[in-house]
Design a protein around this ligand. Structure first.
Ligand code: ATP
Length: 256
């Protein structure tokens, strides 16, 4: 395995007696695409929330890029290089695509988000740097021709791509994607899967993603971690995980 970028050690989290995560340990190597799979309620979203500081683990710790934390604020996580998309659309529907992408840089500069999108304010050089970065990412994700389209008027598949652009614009080392293909048809899933592979292959971004479509996971991920009731029941290459009897019993066996 490549050198780890992210390591979890004995991470536990509970909600009023429900164990969402139980002594969970695993590592994600630099440059990997790691998929988290498991049945509904297995703890996948809770895990992403611990990694980027939305939840604080009850026990255990996380090591990211060589630095250990028990709790971290989401803004701090973003500054350290942990980007995130959400399961449910969290875009500003009435703003344009490029304005939404600029929102991903809102906490990076000296000017405010409002100053940046209305192109006013203190730091012209920074404003142009951010605009250039936003357009670079839009170009990379094939969204440039939609840059000035109001987000709510775009088809769902493209809105998910804008969400990816917003997470990617702030130079993340680690990108956490919470069901980036949820609600998509097969063609849209294939297109999103190719984009994620490009982000990983061409930008070198390490990716942890939650995905329910096993066919997509097996084709896209280098590494699969399987959760069941907050516990890890599988951890390895897609082929190794597919043949693991515990995984078949806990999860893969239940999808047919
Ligand atoms: N904010 C919360 N308050 C109370 N319980 C929660 C909360 N978030 C998650 N849980 C519980 O923790 C467990 C793990 O939930 P989580 O959403 O992390 O699972 P998941 O694998 O992401 O599920 P899904 O595939 O349905 O999104 C579940 O039992 C869930 O009900």
């Amino acid at each position: 395995m490549p050198a780890p970028l992210l390591q979890l050690h004995d991470v536990s989290l509970s909600f009023k007696g429900v164990n969402a995560l139980s002594r969970l340990s695993f590592s994600v190597g630099q440059g990997e695409i790691c998929a988290l799979i498991g049945p509904n309620g297995a703890g996948k979203s809770s895990l992403l929330n611990v990694i980027n500081g939305v939840y604080r683990a009850d026990e255990g710790d996380v090591v990211f890029d060589g630095a250990r934390f028990e709790a971290i604020h989401p803004y701090k996580a973003a500054h350290l290089g942990i980007g995130r998309t959400f399961q449910h659309n969290a875009l500003f529907g009435r703003l344009s695509v490029v304005e939404n992408v600029l929102a991903g840089l809102a906490r990076w500069g000296r000017a405010t988000f409002v100053e940046n999108i209305f192109r006013v304010g203190r730091d012209g050089a920074e404003r142009w740097r951010f605009q250039a970065r936003a357009h670079e990412i839009l170009g990379f994700l094939g969204l440039e021709r939609h840059a000035h389209t109001v987000v709510s008027t775009l088809p769902y598949g493209l809105q998910k791509r804008v969400d990816l652009a917003r997470a990617l614009v702030a130079w993340p080392k680690l990108l956490l994607l919470d069901e980036p293909m949820a609600g998509m048809n097969q063609e849209e899933k294939q297109a999103m899967s190719r984009l994620i592979a490009d982000v990983n292959g061409k930008l070198g971004t390490t990716i942890v993603l939650i995905e329910h479509d096993i066919g997509i996971v097996m084709g896209l991920a280098h590494h699969v971690v399987v959760l069941d009731y907050g516990r890890k029941v599988g951890d390895g290459t897609p082929d190794a995980v597919r043949e693991n009897p515990d995984v078949i019993a806990a999860y893969l066996g239940t999808v047919h």
